[in-house]
Ligand binder design. Structure first.
Ligand SMILES: NC(=O)NCCC[C@H](N)C(=O)O
Length: 407
């Protein structure tokens, strides 16, 4: 029987992908809280949804099955017991300080008999004005009057790449860098445990959300059936990569080597996939700013624990060595001009989603990088991203492959 998750490369023909259509959570963004919620601006929801629908229509036109996080999460609540457990866990993590407000929200969520409607609400967050009037006689209620939310929104959900990640036939449920995104992983926990498509199937969990060191899916790249690349970044700790490698080896997955790419801790390149992606058997997009200083470490299974080595060679040579290639081509984001490189990287010029070897989805707004990719023989499918990009993510960030054809 075929496995529900099969991802043995970054480039094998994409068959099934998980996305989230941006929803009401974007309308709960306010200038005062943008930084904490990891946003740089407020997208216009209607336009963002149009752009996202264009993205998913394109994927469907390529015979890719598109699944929505919000549907899978709702379908995971297969019994009343699981539904109540989900609501209680969600509320526990929602950071509601007023016990009366928490009880009111619980009542509201339990009262929503349509699971999709309830899941959408958990994603959107809740303003205090949505709660029924109640007597504010606790100190918490009296003091916290200015803050408009009883529950914060989860505006980053449309970047389905990050809260969990697939590799081989397993999945990592991630411990996120920021509190705002840590709440997103709850959906993955329920989906992979209870959804009829995944629950009870052979889906090894290779990292858990209870882990204390951080890792995010934008840093997790499946370079081949033998090799993973994981960014050491603003979002992923070196210690998490060691744990992940150990868990993979212990679970008996086929991966032989985990390469740690140290890209430094910067907001502008928060994840490895914002500066480096694989677009064909031997082609990669890269932001030139990381090239010079990039440190790469290889982690393999040793006789007694992990064998960790700093690779002392150029990136091209390291990639050739681990992917058994004679030559690789690096397509530089923005080309040779440092201003264009910085601008197009900021607008996710190197955050390509590869849907088949040598065929990618990109934002149309990065003409210099796109032209260079075309000149390298890559087939480009363009989507507009004027609103979507305001959350600082591109096509790879907005998609989590569940099944790719093996290559
Ligand atoms: N893989 C990615 O680079 N995802 C983009 C995440 C953007 C989001 N606003 C964040 O800061 O986490």
């Amino acid at each position: 029987m075929s496995r529900p998750i099969n991802v043995n490369s970054e480039i094998g023909k994409l068959k099934t992908v998980l996305v989230h259509r941006p929803g009401a959570e974007l309308e709960n963004l306010m200038p005062d809280y943008l930084e904490r919620l990891l946003f740089d601006d407020i997208p216009y929801l209607e336009q963002a949804q149009k752009e996202h629908d264009g993205f998913t229509d394109l994927l469907r036109s390529k015979d890719i099955e598109v699944l929505y996080l919000e549907d899978l999460a709702a379908e995971s609540l297969v019994t009343e017991e699981i539904r109540v457990k989900f609501i209680d866990q969600y509320l526990e993590e929602a950071n509601i300080r007023s016990t009366t407000a928490k009880a009111k929200v619980r009542e509201m969520l339990l009262g929503m008999k349509d699971n999709r409607e309830m899941i959408d609400k958990t994603m959107a967050g809740m303003q205090k004005v949505e709660l029924p009037q109640y007597e504010m006689n606790s100190l918490t209620d009296m003091v916290e009057t200015d803050y408009p939310f009883v529950i914060d929104p989860m505006p980053n959900l449309y970047f389905t790449r990050d809260p969990f990640a697939t590799m081989g036939h397993g999945v990592t449920l991630n411990r996120m860098y920021a509190e705002t995104r840590n709440r997103e992983t709850i959906y993955g926990e329920y989906i992979f445990a209870h959804h009829p498509r995944f629950g009870g199937q052979d889906v090894p969990v290779l990292y858990t959300r209870e882990d204390t060191t951080r890792i995010e899916g934008g840093d997790e790249l499946v370079l081949s059936k033998d090799v993973l690349a994981v960014g050491i970044s603003q979002r992923t700790d070196a210690a998490s990569i060691e744990k992940l490698a150990q868990n993979i080896f212990d679970a008996g997955l086929d991966f032989k080597t985990v390469l740690g790419f140290n890209i430094g801790e910067y907001r502008k390149f928060m994840h490895l996939d914002t500066v480096f992606t694989m677009i064909d058997y031997d082609k990669f997009s890269i932001h030139p700013e990381i090239e010079g200083d990039l440190e790469v470490y290889s982690i393999t299974k040793g006789t007694d624990g992990l064998n960790i080595v700093r690779e002392e060679d150029t990136l091209e040579h390291i990639l050739c060595k681990y992917l058994n290639l004679d030559k690789v081509q690096l397509v530089r984001c923005g080309g040779a001009n440092i201003t264009a490189a910085a601008r197009e990287q900021w607008n996710d010029g190197s955050n390509t989603l590869t849907i088949a070897p040598g065929e990618v989805v990109v934002y149309d707004r990065n003409p210099i990088t796109n032209k260079l990719m075309e000149e390298a023989g890559v087939k480009l499918n363009y989507i507009p991203g004027s609103e979507l990009v305001r959350g600082r993510g591109g096509p790879r960030c907005m998609s989590m492959p569940l099944v790719r054809e093996d290559i």
